[in-house]
Design a protein around this ligand. Structure first.
Ligand SMILES: N[C@@H](CCC(=O)N[C@@H](CS)C(=O)NCC(=O)O)C(=O)O
Length: 255
């Protein structure tokens, strides 16, 4: 079984007492992201099949207590696996790719071939980005359709979804930083997508939602707006986005 990390200090303590030749694998995940659920199962299956091959750490990338770790290890998307030995970076595996994760463990642990149940090593049909599994577009009309299908899934990936520049732990723009601070202040739980890591989403969502800028906040797949709108909503309604209470309808257009 992997070790569930509760704060950044636990990672340092474990790294500090791990022998120099032993592999350490950090699994950064988000609870709301379906590809993370799948990869968490693969991670646990590997840890169970080969408990001595590595020290296996599971880290909730959205937990405030782990914010400095996600910053230090530059986690901009989940699932995200980091391979370390003697505190030195060896490899990262980003996205939901069970076969790649398995082969990276085999390569760096020196423990040979891992025997896992077949279903644990099947690569899903899509590629993963920012924690969301996407369809592989074939081109032309199919591709356009796939982008819209993908965006439709993305905006509903969590009840409250924030599309931002950077991550909550490391916002890359003042507007995104302010919106993260507002949500944190109001204790709103949300999923996030770093649009700087995916230009297709960055440009596509502007058209899809007819909103030209970031951040963009969605509630149950419906656009609420950018920073100015969300700020206004919080000022006008103390219950805005409070769990169990629906927000007012979204504004018709960006100005
Ligand atoms: N007043 C806007 C500010 C947001 C904004 O102007 N964002 C710009 C700069 S970070 C943006 O996203 N530009 C489009 C882009 O970078 O793709 C709001 O309420 O959200």
């Amino acid at each position: 079984m992997s070790i569930q990390i509760r704060n950044e200090g636990e990672i340092s303590a474990i790294l500090g007492k791990t022998p120099a030749d032993k592999l350490v694998i950090l699994n950064f995940y988000a609870a709301w992201a379906e590809p993370c659920t799948q990869m968490n199962q693969v991670f646990e299956a590997i840890a169970t099949a080969s408990p001595n091959a590595a020290t296996y750490l599971s880290i909730d990338a959205e937990d405030e207590a782990n914010a400095s770790a996600t910053e230090e290890y530059d986690v901009s998307a989940v699932p995200y696996f980091l391979f370390l030995k003697n505190n030195t970076f060896l490899q990262k595996v980003s996205g939901a790719d069970p076969a790649l994760l398995k082969s990276a463990v085999e390569k760096h642990s020196g423990f040979g071939t891992l025997n896992l149940p077949a279903k644990q090593t099947t690569v899903s049909s899509g590629s993963a980005s920012n924690g969301i599994t996407t369809a592989d577009g074939a081109g032309g009309e199919d591709l356009v359709e796939d982008i819209n299908v993908r965006l439709g899934k993305l905006v509903s990936a969590a009840p409250v979804m924030l599309f931002m520049k950077g991550t909550p732990a490391q916002p890359q723009c003042g507007f995104s930083r302010q919106l993260v601070a507002l949500l944190r202040e109001r204790e709103v739980r949300y999923g996030f997508f770093n649009i700087l890591a995916d230009d297709e989403v960055r440009q596509g969502l502007k058209i899809f939602s007819d909103w030209p800028t970031y951040p963009q906040l969605y509630y149950q797949g419906v656009l609420i707006g950018g920073l100015d709108i969300v700020k206004e909503e919080f000022e006008n309604d103390p219950d805005f986005l409070r769990p169990g209470i629906a927000p007012p309808p979204p504004p018709p257009t960006a100005d």
